[in-house]
Design a protein around this ligand. Structure first.
Ligand code: 4FV
Length: 233
């Protein structure tokens, strides 16, 4: 069973998120285990300090190495003694998260997600204790908690048995390197807009062809990079 540990100075942000919807159900079913740890539990001073001013000056604060490295080693194990968990720091400097990376992480036994705050973490945390950095996109958030939630949700969906119908994974966006085409449900007509006839034809061969064509068209128009990546352009 995949186990995910999260290290953060705002553990309360994960409360309801971990109980709701697919993730809440998967946790209650024991299909995945998620634990959230307060970084301040690894501080030693009475102010429970996790940050300090940047060497070399500059705005903002930097997360101190000691609490983070000690927390990571306590939760993921020491690199020197054969580490158990794969330690991931969520940061804008990381490799871009995509469905391929999500599938890779979903095959792991143990993930440890480190949530940065302030201007970031002391480089020695990365050098000493982080296996890889992952970014959810080229924009700046105030913390790594939302990126960590994105990883948890995306990975949980790929854990066998979590999604009612595994086919929904096969047919969704990016699974085959393409965007998903348009989708419809009842009513058959809405404000003068009708559902494409082919989808109501019952001819599954025709429906499959139509869906593939729409998916290719949309990918070509909105994300030609995805087709280039697959040598389809
Ligand atoms: C981020 C991202 C992100 C940067 C400074 C947290 C913030 C603060 N993490 N993908 N984009 N992190 O903006 O993962 O420490």
């Amino acid at each position: 069973m995949l186990r995910i540990d999260v290290i953060t100075i705002f553990p309360e942000l994960f409360g309801r998120f971990l109980e709701a919807s697919i993730l809440g159900h998967a946790r209650r079913e024991g299909q995945i285990a998620v634990a959230v740890h307060d970084l301040r539990s690894w501080t030693r001073d009475r102010h429970r300090t996790v940050d300090d001013i940047p060497y070399g000056g500059g705005p903002g604060m930097v997360m101190k190495p000691e609490p983070l490295v000690e927390a990571i080693e306590a939760i993921a194990g020491q690199r020197s003694t054969g580490r158990k968990g794969r330690v991931i720091l969520l940061s804008p400097q990381g490799a871009r998260l995509d469905q391929k990376k999500v599938a890779e992480l979903a095959r792991e036994e143990h993930l440890v997600l480190v949530c940065g705050r302030y201007e970031g973490v002391d480089q020695r945390v990365i050098d000493l204790a982080v296996d890889e950095e992952i970014s959810i996109g080229d924009f700046v958030l105030s913390g790594g908690e939302i990126p960590a939630m994105a990883v948890i949700e995306a990975v949980t969906r790929l854990v066998p048995g979590v999604l009612g119908n595994p086919r929904s994974v096969e047919t969704e966006s990016f699974q085959d390197g393409r965007l998903e085409g348009p989708q419809y449900t009842r009513p058959a007509e809405y404000r003068g807009h009708a559902v494409p006839e082919v989808l109501r034809s019952g001819d599954h061969g025709e429906i499959e062809r139509w869906r593939r064509e729409r998916a290719f068209e949309r990918t070509k128009r909105r994300r030609p990079d995805l087709l280039t990546a697959r040598g389809e352009e």
